[in-house]
Design a protein around this ligand. Structure first.
Ligand code: BG6
Length: 510
């Protein structure tokens, strides 16, 4: 186990939902697993007026997100955790002099002996990132002459290539790139990290991982929920910005990348950037028209319950053209992937919540078993990211009896079978990595910009293109009627069920 140095975590936006919903439960898990450093305190900072005690009550003692975890635990144990939390009111504005904050940080550092090491977590709207970085630097809170200083920033990182570049530059004026940790919680998922291990620790897969053996690659990210209470944010974002530019392109980069020379953060990140830069950018309207589909969910009934359409959601414009479904076909311009199509889709209000990668292998070059029903039964490797995490290989077996009839059998592995291992939640893993200074699972500036470079033309086309369509799909189905057009000629999307082994489980719930 790596050693985690003594440190302080300062959370900006500490009164917001993310702190109570994700950060504190992640810290709690680390506390229970004895992974927090010996000397460790959390200082919440935001514009709300709260005392230390009120902050502890809000995010720990009375938090609905911790209730199940703490209800059977010894009170002293819980208090020991809660007592690590402190709060500092920044007044009405984040753009203020941080002198008072500096004094508080200094006092806590002296009292709890946190070694001058500070991790700042920006859980605020992105418009404040640069402001906070600037004010920290001006108050002398970013210098590393007495302990390290790190800055974690949440997504969305930019709204376009231009804004992402400006944001990178703005933050880098005050913190060095080595100090900046851009979080993408998908990289904290064990199964996403396992993509690297599946590829590079198994000689049965890596030799096949190229255009000679792979026919096409399909990635599905489906959510059954709608935009819930985040309509205001989502309507300015949409599926492409919210999920595709970050989480899904991170998954793509892990599938596409070349083997890194080792497992050091920069070695892995260098290969990921190279992978993202090799995605073929769609430039002309015809290509964009033929290779992208966007759609919005409409009102419908799911399990007898009426469900609102996207345009009726709170915070969403009644004529909104923000997509809740995005499907993109693209190619990768390099030696390994020439002519292999990638199909990636993400959407809300689908029949189920699932994220998976399907590697479709080519049909054997010469078919011996002519009337075996082999069509559409090529080998597949399915990597299930969530739920029912695992890996499934589909391969041909002989149907008992006369002749050579071939059927597909499943060879499966489930993460849940590794019972002895505690599988860390995404935020838990990412926080611990940052505390230990390991940036492997954080996005680097050039990585984020390369992803925007690919996404920007699609967004521009969708907002200004001449023949762009916005399709509708009833909530609870697998997207608009023409969703399969993209994948036409080679079949249709695999519409997975909640269980890894569910096959061809297409369902329409309304
Ligand atoms: C977030 C998006 O980044 O990821 C949300 O902003 C989405 O819209 C969420 O619901 C999905 O995360 P997960 O881990 O539940 O797949």
């Amino acid at each position: 186990m790596k050693k985690t140095e003594n440190q302080m975590l300062v959370i900006f936006g500490a009164s917001g939902d993310l702190t109570a919903r994700k950060l504190v439960p992640a810290l709690f898990n680390l506390f229970v697993a004895d992974q927090l450093p010996e000397n460790f305190v959390v200082l919440g900072a935001s514009r709300s007026d709260m005392t230390d005690a009120e902050f502890r009550e809000k995010v720990v003692l009375e938090s609905t997100y911790l209730k199940d975890k703490i209800e059977d635990l010894d009170e002293n144990w819980v208090s020991k955790f809660a007592n690590k939390f402190f709060y500092e009111d920044l007044g009405g504005d984040y753009d203020t002099h941080y002198g008072k904050l500096r004094t508080r940080v200094g006092d806590l550092n002296d009292k709890f002996n946190t070694g001058g090491n500070i991790m700042y977590y920006l859980s605020t709207p992105p418009t404040l990132y640069e402001t906070i970085a600037k004010n920290l630097a001006e108050a002398g809170l970013s210098t590393q002459n007495n302990g390290w200083k790190r800055l974690i920033v949440e997504k969305p990182f930019g709204y376009s290539l231009e804004t992402a570049k400006a944001l990178n530059k703005g933050i880098q004026n005050h913190f060095t790139e080595e100090q900046i940790y851009r979080i993408d919680h998908y990289l904290g998922k064990e199964t996403v990290q396992n993509l690297l291990v599946t590829r590079f620790a198994n000689s049965i897969f890596e030799p096949l991982w190229n255009r000679n053996y792979i026919h096409h690659i399909e990635i599905t990210n489906a959510e059954s929920v709608g935009v819930e209470k985040r309509g205001g944010y989502y309507d300015k974002s949409g599926a492409l910005r919210d999920m595709f530019q970050n989480h899904l392109l991170q998954i793509v980069s892990l599938i596409v990348m070349e083997p890194p020379i080792g497992d050091q953060p920069e070695e892995i990140r260098n290969e990921k950037v190279k992978a993202l830069k090799s995605l073929r950018i769609m430039k002309d309207e015809q290509t964009l028209h033929d290779n992208t589909i966007r759609a919005q969910y409409m009102a419908s009934e799911i399990d007898g319950e009426k469900v609102r359409g996207y345009r009726e959601e709170e915070g969403v414009g009644e004529n909104s053209t923000t997509e809740t479904y995005a499907a993109i076909k693209f190619f990768v311009d390099n030696w390994r992937w020439k002519d292999v199509p990638f199909y990636v889709r993400t959407a809300k209000r689908m029949p189920t919540k699932v994220t998976e990668v399907v590697i479709h292998f080519k049909t054997p070059h010469h078919q011996i078993f002519k009337d075996s029903g082999m069509q559409n039964k090529d080998n597949k490797l399915i990597i299930r990211i969530q739920p029912d995490e695992g890996i499934l290989v589909k391969f041909g077996v002989k149907v008992p009896g006369q002749g050579f009839k071939v059927e597909r059998a499943n060879l499966d592995f489930y993460y849940s079978s590794l019972v002895e291992n505690h599988v860390m939640e995404a935020y838990e893993r990412l926080l611990l990595d940052a505390m230990q200074g390991d940036a492997t699972l954080y996005a680097r500036a050039d990585e984020v910009e390369a992803a925007w470079e690919f996404v920007d033309p699609i967004l521009n086309y969708w907002s200004k293109g001449e023949d762009v369509r916005m399709y509708g799909y009833p909530s609870g189905v697998w997207g608009p009627e023409n969703a399969d057009n993209l994948i036409d000629g080679i079949g249709s999307w695999r519409n997975p069920g909640p269980n890894l082994t569910d096959d061809d489980n297409f369902c329409v719930i309304c």
